[in-house]
Design a protein around this ligand. Sequence first.
Ligand code: 6R9
Length: 681
Amino acid sequence: MWLPCGCTSKYVASSFARRILASHLHVSGRSRCNVAAFMPEAAGFEGVSGRAALRELSVSNSESFWAAVARHRLSWSIPFHTVQDCDLSRGKIKWFEGGKLNVSVNCLDRHVHTCPERVALIWERDERGSEMKYTYRELLEMTCRVGNLLRRHGVKRGDCVTIYMPTCPLAVASMLACARIGAAHNVVFAGFSADALAERIRDAQSSTVITVNQGVRGGKVIELKKTVDTAVESCPTVKQVFVAMRTDNPVTMTARDIAMEEVREQKEMLKEDVVCEPAVMNSEDVLFLLYTSGSTGKPKGLVHTQAGYLLYAALTHRYVFSYHDGDVFGCVADIGWITGHSYVVYGPLANGATTVLFESTPIYPDPGRYWDMVERLKINQFYGAPTAIRLLLKYGDQWVNKYDRSTLKTLGSVGEPINTEAWEWYHRVVGDGRCPVVDTWWQTETGGICIAPRPSDPDAEIVPGMAMRPFFGIKPVLIDTEVSGELLTSNNTSGALCMAQPWPGMARTIHNNHQRFIETYFQPYPGYFFTGDGAYRSEEGYYQITGRLDDVINVSGHRIGTAEIEDVVCPAVAESAVIGYTHSIKGQGVYAFVVLKKGIDVKEADLSRQLNGMVSEKIAKYASPDFIQFAQRLPKTRSGKIMRRVLRKVVESDLEGLGDLSTLDDPSHKCIKYLQSCFCF
Ligand code: 6R9
């Protein structure tokens, strides 16, 4: 029996069909490997002859695959009766209906039953060397206390709680407490301004906010409670603000505020029981909203639901990083982003891992911070962003070599394309040439990693800078953006990256705006989920992300990815951003912003000539920049992505049309003004 009892589905194969499928997938007796040993979730597929065949089956017979995995991976109160009910042409996505479960029980209680004293969280506090550990038992107790506190203050199933906190154990406990009592959470990155926070609170219609008195990052104190005070002035829905203490400094409390865990005063949390009855949730109830910027309009609150999201986060965490029981998983993302949700909190905790909460910055107090942490905490998998890798590369190898990194087994990259120089440095210097680098492609919308080098085969070939292979159950396709949305079936081709099949981790809607959800993701290429990214599929069938489609430049009829040009320019400079601008003859021209490496003394004109030559040589003459502008720094989002949209506006001299700058990491916009004052036209 490989489907849940009573499971009904339009697509469920009969056992006869399954046997045919299995024999079809069987390659030879010799290549047969023990699929169950590799992936215990797939133990039901005895006939499948290897990992590649299992991946194939996960796509060709995705329902039976996901049903088997969901039954094995998650603890259900009531089993689901329908594996999936999806229709991509209408943006309808439902998984595991009829099933009931609680996400916090899956992340905590079941591990407390088997290994209560295993460390769940290691909080790498901003102050180096002051890390704190929390066992699964302690995290469950903290979660129950917060859950009871919220319930006692009237938070009900279906409410949405906004969390504006730094990456810390209480933030994780707050997320899980929401899940425990059936409330949705809306984590807002603690670097967002009051306006951005207010906009997100209002859109989510939260009546409860959880925050801390102050945050600490890179040695600086951040007045988070003050930001919340300003934000809630324009949020009439907010009835209560819970305030935890990250530092010893008291803050002004108003009638709306409740001291959450202040030991000296109200001890609100300590009054609560450490047992909190979990709500029994439907698979498709909302787990969280997470706001992300679109290319147009205000930020959208992507909605993720319970079972499918958790299952997908857990499975990708296990197989993309080759996570094994007992490993220490170090994802340095902030919990305010999807990477923090899926690979700091939900994926690792669902798998019973020890997960690191990184509160600091890569260069505080010095550029050895990450690697010192790897040595101290004995991290086995390190997962970070190319922007940080590029930054650290500038400081030199000595900051890495100082520390013992022998515990590292896998290095991950996420968030943007990783240029070859950064990839190679990460691999050669950080990983001593022995750790695979997995460049993982995914989005807030996808819930978890969709394309990564080694999703199924831990020995598979890895090409630098390529995300490479689709995960189990993922069916990427490339679609021609110009010829009426034609499917590109051959290799060695580029197109719009779409997904031809639904998977359990995908977002279900945009909060309060299902129409926008449909228009953004399902209408551009009917029948497919459109990622907004472009990709190249190599001769071997590997995927390489070429960047947002809005970043593709068309020069004299030739398409070129800005990332491709940047990749060539990068070894000579610290960082670059290439955008297209309107050119009266060629259609579009290439405009490059570059930041020089520290301490390099070179004439700008000479370097410009050198860079042009390199691009001509590595790609083609047409790709060579028409203008190169030297800058001190580039406008970036707080998560480190270069805001090319802003650069385009600077080049168009359209400072009025800069649009939503709430994610910009430079609130005074100094960097934009500087660029504007010296741009080349
Ligand atoms: C997880 C995350 C999603 C966008 C995505 C793409 C870019 C993410 C990438 C990558 C190239 C990778 N992106 N990973 N581009 N290679 N490995 O970052 O989610 O913040 O929603 O951003 O980031 O453009 O569409 P999110």
